[in-house]
Design a protein around this ligand. Sequence first.
Ligand SMILES: [Zn+2]
Length: 221
Amino acid sequence: MSILSLVATLIMLIVAGAYVTEVTEAASVRARAQTAADSAALAAAAEAAPYGDSSPYSAALRFARLNDGELTDCICHPGALAVQVEVTVGGVTASARAVIDPTRFMPAAPGDLDPRLQAAVDELLAAGGGRIWLGSGYRTPERQVELWEDALARYGDPELADDWVARPGTSMHERGLAVDLGGDAEHAWNLVHELGLPLVRPMSWEPWHFELTPSMGGMNR
Ligand SMILES: [Zn+2]
């Protein structure tokens, strides 16, 4: 059983290929099974995480196969904070567990949300049964600058950075008019309809980002 953090595992996956060739045959099969399980767990965790595509099972399946393994078990629910997989390679079964730390994806920012947005989000979280949480709400202008500069450093191009983080001064978060929810974004969206909450998801590529409907003061851009 491996307990993995996303960051540590990414580094481990890169070195695993070189390691496997140097061990004996029996140990090699075990190592390959563990590598396959680790990578499947990591891939599933990335998909289950708030910014993932919410298809952790198919990600685990794909990465198990890429490592010549068969996925024999996957406890991997969209929006869950941990995934656990079992992968079999050459008759040897290995399991791995990857744990997601949501604060690494979305820094929580205390502050003042628009009271109408706050009320709608409170109702949504209460109905979410622990499957949805507030990742990021109000942001100070300073925080928005930090986030954008992080994105610029990561993507190396202002236009790419703009795709992921609004330019300082233009974010609805800075005005207390947007929240990023963690967890199961599709479940949240279904609840918005069920409860008739005045929320929209204006950007299809950011399914976790919710704003008030335009009639309530959202920009719906
Ligand atoms: Zn957002």
